[in-house]
Write a protein that binds this ligand. Structure first.
Ligand code: ATP
Ligand code: MG
Length: 563
């Protein structure tokens, strides 16, 4: 059901600056059709920032009748795994995008990239450098200080070729040598100060196995992969803006089949989250979360497990737009999109998180009435169901107060309320245990209010409570999630102290209406008055587990004030 809404308007071409460029290029006949790509490095699960990039790249291809490639930027075998390659495909598909036959890998081009590296050497535009990593770093200079030429910079073409071939053959240990482009150690752009093209890494690659022990750098692989695939618009985030001259340098100095152009947009930042695979990897590795798909994680897998429909994520991405200036988006915006979609699509159910027993003393023992309940207040097509009403019921503990303040209209001694779809009840007596804790309410009901309707005398009540039958409801575990971090701006380099230990609250003894028994569809539901929930993957027909996807109201506004 996740993809049944809003896809029609997501397809409408947008008007951000990148789409404007694409539109103009197509109108001017620069390209027959637009070709984009989403190029993740398979070193972790995708996060919501990647979702923005996916929606942009695949969205443009869809809207302008072009195509978008999914390309694994698999140039660093030390950090990359098949697990991540699979997860990335799952996530992009779940978002509703299709790369058709265009699933590619930078490693598909290793042989070509190698041949082009030899060409650069032959043209005197690349050399093998034996400096240590530390010496190279010092010689690179700073933003205000020019770099210094390497003592190995003027090696002959023959010597460079020989060394580079021996690097490939595996004659040298990791880090012994690198291949560098010979550009300009005094360039104002540090990326042009003889960047590294190849490094030695004796590591097994998920796809090429032990074929290689030298691997291309991101910069050397990326633009050429784009060119080989005929990418027209290579869209990336702003931190690559300074890499663009290098991107173009490779394309200008190699016999590439096409000349893609790189465009940069602002990455997504979100309050209460850190959108960085490095940090997310640490959270998983150090067991701050249960895994990559922990529902508190800002990963696409986590968001999905929490019950967020793909259309809500796409709605969010559309809402925040594409710009050239970095900014931070309030996490409440995402929740807003989720509520917008779920309010329309989620069926209503009743569940009680923290039950308090209610006995209807004037209701016949053993009687069960099937009360009719609508599945959606604004959508009759979603139909109706029945909810069993019995003498013993459960209500939410917080819906009762023994000595209520003035404006508390829910249940209290002597107070009458409506039980949704059922009857008006009045609290007659409070039963407590030895510790003085309220364990049961003894109430009476008015048979003339069946269905929750106003009685003939026109009596009104001010509160309507949700409830379940004590005897016919089903036990469930409910997991409530808050933001993983206490602060809206956790420190990415030192975040452990910013983690909120209260971000997961497990409610072990919730009860849900029997229609949810065996809830094995992943469809999200609204628990009336509580929020939107969906069955978790840990759920079994015998032991239900629900995740709270989002509450009914914005809680971030409040939290900011508190913090
Ligand atoms: P991270 O910083 O989380 O490790 P990354 O940029 O290293 O992310 P890649 O796998 O290289 O991750 O990213 C794939 C694509 O997704 C790139 O084009 C990158 O620009 C884009 N991307 C990554 N993070 C964001 C973000 N927060 N917002 C928008 N796009 C992003
Ligand atoms: Mg990256």
């Amino acid at each position: 059901m996740a993809n049944e809404h809003a896809s029609s308007d997501v397809r409408e071409p947008g008007t951000d600056f990148i789409r404007d460029i694409v539109r103009e290029d197509l109108a001017a006949g620069k390209h027959r059709s637009v070709v984009t790509r989403f190029p993740p490095e398979p070193n972790g699960f995708l996060h919501i920032g990647h979702a923005k990039s996916i929606c942009l790249n695949f969205g443009i291809a869809e809207e302008f009748g072009g195509r978008c490639h999914l390309r694994m930027d698999d140039t660093n075998p030390v950090k990359e795994e098949q697990l991540y390659i699979d997860a990335i495909q799952d996530d992009v598909r779940w978002l509703g995008f299709d790369w058709g036959t265009h699933f590619h890998h930078a490693s598909d081009y290793f042989e070509q990239l190698y041949a082009w590296a030899e060409k650069l050497i032959g043209d005197g535009k690349a050399y093998v450098d034996d400096q240590s990593a530390e010496d190279m770093r010092i010689a690179r200079g700073t933003l205000t200080e020019a770099g210094k030429n390497s003592p190995f910079r003027d090696r002959s073409v023959a010597e460079n070729l020989d060394l580079f071939r021996r690097m490939r053959k595996g004659e040298f240990p990791n880090g012994a040598r690198v291949l560098r482009a010979k550009i300009d150690m005094t360039s104002g752009n540090i990326n042009l100060r003889d960047p590294v093209l190849y490094r030695i890494l004796h590591a097994e690659h998920p796809r090429t196995g032990k074929d290689w022990c030298i691997y291309p750098s991101y910069d050397y692989a990326h633009g050429q992969s784009d060119a080989l695939e005929g990418i027209t618009h290579s869209i990336c985030t702003l931190e690559f803006e300074d890499h663009r001259p290098l991107y173009d340098w490779f394309l200008d100095n190699l016999p590439v089949p096409t000349k893609p152009r790189q465009y940069e947009f602002a990455r997504l930042n979100l309050t209460y989250a850190i959108l960085s695979k490095r940090v997310l990897t640490q959270l998983v590795r150090d067991k701050h979360v249960s895994g990559w798909d922990d529902p508190r994680m800002p990963t696409i897998a986590g968001i999905r497990r929490r019950g967020v429909p793909a259309v809500a994520l796409k709605d969010f991405v559309k809402r925040i737009g594409v710009a050239k200036a970095n900014s931070i988006v309030d996490a409440g915006v995402l929740d807003f999109s989720i509520r917008e979609i779920l309010n329309k699509t989620a069926e209503r159910r009743m569940a009680v998180l923290r039950p308090l027993k209610v006995v209807i003393t004037n209701y016949p023992e053993g009687q069960v009435e099937e009360m009719e309940a609508v599945n959606h207040p604004d959508d009759e097509t979603k139909g109706r169901r029945t909810v069993p009403f019995t003498r013993e019921l459960l209500i939410e503990r917080e819906d009762f107060m023994e000595s209520p303040p003035k404006k508390f209209y829910r249940l209290s001694p002597g107070q009458e309320v409506r039980l949704r779809y059922a009857y008006f009840i009045t609290c007659q007596e409070v039963v407590k245990d030895a510790d003085g804790e309220v364990v049961e309410l003894r109430c009476t009901y008015d048979p003339q209010t069946r269905g929750g309707n106003t009685p003939p005398d026109g009596r009104k009540v001010k509160a309507t409570l949700h409830w379940v039958s004590a005897t016919h409801s089903v036990p469930a575990e409910v997991r409530l999630y808050g933001p993983l971090f206490k602060k809206p701006d956790p420190d990415p380099s030192d975040f452990a102290g910013d983690l909120d230990p209260a971000s997961l609250e497990v409610i072990g003894a919730a009860r849900v209406e029997p229609s949810l028994a065996g809830a094995n569809s992943a469809a999200p539901v609204q628990f009336e008055r509580l929020g939107y929930f969906c069955p978790d993957k840990d759920s079994t027909p015998g032991a239900l587990v629900f995740n709270r996807t989002v509450g009914l109201r914005d809680t971030y506004a409040k939290e900011v004030k508190k913090g």
